[in-house]
Design a protein. Structure first.
Length: 108
């Protein structure tokens, strides 16, 4: 049995291209990329206490929060967060109309 010492990256690129043709995979990748930008728009005190959870139909993003106090504080920042999110949404060609902060979705 011989060892393979290199990978033919052309085959890997072909696989990735074929995966991106699938609309569900493309949607999941786009949302994951958006979720990765969440920490960039938040004030530092909320970064470890909230995280994107899901997207609802109609463009509502659900954010899991550590507790109801964090959810309430973030809801006060909602307009500012939406404004900071705009450049990322335009780049990813996504539409987020609202953000819902839900402490029930938090997982430890």
């Amino acid at each position: 049995m011989s060892k393979v010492l290199y990978t033919d990256f052309v085959e890997v690129e072909t696989i990735i291209d074929s995966m991106m043709d699938n609309p569900q995979v493309k949607k999941a990748m786009t949302r994951t990329t958006l979720y990765n930008f969440w920490d960039k728009i938040l004030p530092d005190k909320f970064k470890k206490r909230s995280k994107p959870y899901s997207m609802l139909p109609g463009g509502t993003m659900v954010v899991a929060c550590e507790n109801p106090v964090i959810a309430q504080e973030l809801s006060l920042y909602k307009v500012i967060l939406m404004k900071k999110f705009e450049p990322y949404l335009k780049t990813l060609q996504l539409r987020v109309k609202d953000i819902k902060f839900d402490p029930k979705k938090w997982e430890y």
